[in-house]
Design a protein around this ligand. Sequence first.
Ligand SMILES: Cc1cc2nc3c(=O)[nH]c(=O)nc-3n(C[C@H](O)[C@H](O)[C@H](O)COP(=O)(O)OP(=O)(O)OC[C@H]3O[C@@H](n4cnc5c(N)ncnc54)[C@H](O)[C@@H]3O)c2cc1C
Length: 1018
Amino acid sequence: MTVARVRNDPGGRLALRERFYQRFDRGPEGGPGFGRSELDFIRWEIARGVLATPQDGGSPWWRAVNERLLYHAELAALIHEQLPDASPGIGAVRFWLDFIRKPSAIGWYRAHNASIVDGYLDSVDLAHAEPWSERIWVNVVLYRLLYAQGLVEGVSLGRLGEILSDPIGPSVDVLVHVPAFYPDKYPLSRSEVQTLLQKSHRLLPELAGEFDDLFVIPELVNLYADAAGWIGQTGLELLLRDGKPCYPAGDAAEPTPGPDREPPPSPGPKRRIAILGGGLASLSAAYELTSYDGWRDRYEVTLYQIGWRLGGKTSNGFGPAGRIQERGIHIFQGWYQNAFRMVQDAYAYMEAHDLAPGSPLPKWTDAFVPDDATLFTEFDHTRGVWTNWPVLFPYDDKLPGTAGPPPLHEILREAVGLLAELLLGSPYQDNQGCIAKLLSPALIEWFFTPPWEKTAPDWWKHASDLSDQSHASVERRELRWLKQAADLLGQLKAQPTLKLGPWEVSALRVATELVSACVALLRLAAPADTASESRLEHIVVLAEFGLANLRGVLADVYDEKTHQFDFHRINDFDYREWLLTHGLPSAFSDSAPVRFIYCGAFHNLYGNAPGRLAADMGVRSLLASVTYRGSLVWKLTAGTGGSLTAPLYKMLAHRGVRFEFFRDVEEVHWSPHGEIQTITVGVQAGLAPGLSEYAPLTKVKGLDGWPSHPLYEKLDPEQAKRLEHERVDLESPWSPWRPVRAQLLRRGIDFDDVILGIPIGQTAKICASIVERSVAWKKMVDHVRTTPTLGVQLWLRPTLSELGMDLAKWGMPPGDQPNSVIYADLLYSWTDMGLVLPFEGWSPDDIPGQLSYYCGTWALEGPLPPFSDHGFPAREQARLIEYTRGWLGQNMGWFFPKAIQPGNRFDFSLLVDPRDPQNEQAQSGEQRFVAQWFVANIEPTNHYTLAWPGSDRFRLRANESGFENLFLCGDWTNFGLNIGHVEGAVTSGLIAAQALLVARHQTKLRPIFADAGSAEAG
Ligand SMILES: Cc1cc2nc3c(=O)[nH]c(=O)nc-3n(C[C@H](O)[C@H](O)[C@H](O)COP(=O)(O)OP(=O)(O)OC[C@H]3O[C@@H](n4cnc5c(N)ncnc54)[C@H](O)[C@@H]3O)c2cc1C
């Protein structure tokens, strides 16, 4: 009873213990005797705040262990006073009774340590919920305590031990006031405990270090075994593994509730959802959670984000002259149905609530624009030159975001249609060779919906003109075969789902071989064409590529037993190797379409070796791209911030989502009851006086976006001064900046459910104790690979044509802003991003003539260095700048012949320095060059997530975390088309949110668009 009364009163706990010692253990001068060190220790616990209630920041674990001590001692006192002849069953109580009857140093240690060890063993679940640092720390506290007992028990190590351990002496009092031994903060941060253990203390440095490392640690196995005997607690030995303290993980036994166990916090009427990370997956989860009527009555949603901005890999910021600085090229594709729906909802919401009055981009169709100008830029090995292959993915009048993909048989037909359009469409129509002329009417007739059944798109008009010119040729034998193949493919139309019968599959196989024979015939029939017309070669490349895919799908993806297409069956293979085994001629193994799939997703290189891409992801990306709406490529008019993440932030903040910026999530802690119990967060900076929240956006030319550094005026002035002066990058793990304080989020108080949206590169650290415990998590972090990437942006004074790029010669109309994903490594992806220039801060006189973005895989020179290597980011950036200097000179002449000077040097005087665009003549080319934007995305969290062969089965789904209240999202989880892309990240967020809603018994859910090739599609 007495113990229960003081449970929530730290001072009362101390008073209870003082009374105990006054009654049973007076020291020589009337003060406390053997209990003195314990009282000092409790005072220290009170000063740290750990005995306060969890609501007031106390620690359930420290409270429980202390309470165990109070309980045993008080029980012993009660027995002593009321049942003097009784012999208690609980070992620790017996020791306390012995101590009461005959106080001694040994008696005190046995009683005290028996209670403490009992408390440790019985609070394993609470310990799991403590931050990593505290878990380390409680092991240190325990072995120090046992060591001290060892000295008193007679296994002493000389005078030093006696001084430190004598509980009557001042040692504990000294120790608990020495921060080196007993810091008075709770919780300790990761770095604090590391510092503590690394002995970097000013006070008593030798003592603290040697005490732990030299004297105690080597003795631990014996010490714990001996101590287990002294206090009758065999469980103590479980707290060592391989001679090292391992509490609480070492004790696998399920804890049994003790008499005074802290009850688990009960959730309030609204569930609190903590979303960790603010990338697109997390934002999409927040969007889904808040898209249901009345969500505010059921949930509170708080998102915790490191640094000052949202977006993660899509994060950007306004730099000097308000220019937009991205982490790389980001485009949407016309099949990103879930992502487009979210974008459309955000713009509709902003309009409905007047959240962006006067915005230059009020509608989503202003912020996202279709762009069909894709170039296949290929190296011709025979001639040793680059060649160009314009691929104008034809526009259609459909809008993305309104429907899911069609079933597979539709996609196959679309694919053939698209192929025909790519080959026969606008860039080629004017001077087609005879083969193309022969093909077009047949293809049009057999693969497309007749024009009277739908509005005629452009390609139809072009193609039907051609068809009129050469109708007679339809009678050719090879084209009859083609027709037969098309008819067989057409049979699939009757199939409503992916499930195809054996007959249809056989038919498809025959069709494939017929088309294959047709291609072979074409090459035979027109050898002259092959040599003279690269168009024919392109037809053949595309046809062979398509056929290898189709053959492979029918042979390996189709499951003869279940008659289902199961793409997982080919996840172990590398896409290119797999295509080669299915008949892709080896000469085409690095052809434009193959490279397009690899480079488009950063799989062309892995370090300095060729990259590998899971075959199923290659095929499924291809299938998905066929289902685009409007255009394959959609560009973001004002970059990722202005067009995408700022509108999302505005919508979510207005809906009531709380955003906690400057929150570095350090560790997620679990309890063996299967729940996430606490989360340690490092607070990177405090807010300026008077501010209760951080408003993160800034405006350039009337458009909201993100700054490229924190808005210092909104932060604690002292911290802001240092952050700005030292140019601290709060997003970089190599930054020397340390959190200004630790924040412990607790289940039942700060959150009930958690959505983890922090990338795999950080998961091993943030979820270290989960990874240690769970084989599934361990396999996931071991198998899901990522790669660093690069982004470079050049602002050029001349226009595209002034730089020497003649669009007409490239098969493109004037005004096009082309993109090429497959040029020379490493800056292989080049895009004309001139469309964002009006949304940068340039004055009308300064506005550059051309804006080039480059992106690619970045190759490190070795493994990532430890985060203590603070100079690493600057060195990598310098390396990227130097690399770019050489690359531009060597390669950019292909696009911008007029920008190259003798000796293959890029003319840097054509660049615009944003800091002084008015005064360009005064600046050297070199000054202008280094003032461009270069970013090496080296931080583990910014690495691109690969679809490595054989890794798919190790990804966890949103609801497979193994914890009842933890849901996973991000492009590293298992969401379907498991490769890093915006649509994938968004889909994973929707799935995670819905998994949570289902777990909380919500039955009515919004549809999520399936990805192409999945069983749900169509
Ligand atoms: C250079 C590049 C170009 C790309 N181009 C395209 C493209 O054109 N089209 C396309 O579809 N896809 C593209 N992608 C892929 C796409 O950007 C990603 O798949 C997608 O953005 C991933 O979103 P995410 O939410 O899963 O992860 P992230 O964007 O990485 O989000 C994770 C979030 O967690 C935060 N975080 C990390 N650590 C902590 C911590 N300790 N505490 C708190 N918060 C933390 C991060 O800051 C971030 O906000 C590209 C990727 C890269 C790298």
